[in-house]
Design a protein around this ligand. Sequence first.
Ligand code: FPP
Length: 238
Amino acid sequence: MGESERSVPRHVAIIMDGNGRWAARRGLPRVEGHIAGAEKVKDLLRYAKEFGVEYLTLYAFSTENWKRPKEEVDALMELLSRFIGEYLEEMKKEEVRFLVTGRMDALPERAVQDLKRAIAETAEFRGHTLIVALNYGGRAEIVDAARKIAEEARAGTLDPARIDEPLFARHLYLPEIPDPDLMIRTSGELRLSNFLLWELSYAEFYVTETFWPDFSREEFQKAIEAYTKRNRRFGGRK
Ligand code: FPP
């Protein structure tokens, strides 16, 4: 079956936006929105399994998010560790592989330890994969790939004449993961916000006004149906 004939997207990437506005609407502190957002991540994984989506990539913390107030950044890192603490056993039971994309090593030490433990303890699973983008920037990823390629060229192990798109892609953070077929953004913004710039080249986009903590199974199903209905041409003629 050709990639364009798939009825269900194999890989869905999500910009989980609107946690702050969800909390503000309820007169709650922003961090409550992130807590509700992290709960929604667990739901999403269940829906993905139900609908046959193999890979989920979630944008949890961008290279730009360091500019937020320190207490919000700290709360997000804390939430991440809590998420792993509460959810790792469930992921193992459900045979979900956990991966991180982004400059993980620059995150706080505690978070890095927890993330590495989750990655190591789920490395054998292949059925479903949850990828969390952390300290992630699409431009940073492309720069990091360029640096690796330049280092190989300098070391004499790579001939610059051999650099092409497949070779470049093999130097990105997660070269073995297929590109996303569908990108969902919640809370209405029509921006890519430095998310998976290379990998989303041919993805279909679906934007909903719903804030991330309110994103429902029905809404996810609607996004998948919208994807299925569209013609995917990959720049060619149908
Ligand atoms: C955007 O909402 C959301 C984030 C920057 C953080 C996303 C994090 C989570 C959902 C929780 C942690 C994730 C995991 C995997 C445990 P916003 O704060 O920009 O909302 P606003 O635009 O309404 O202010």
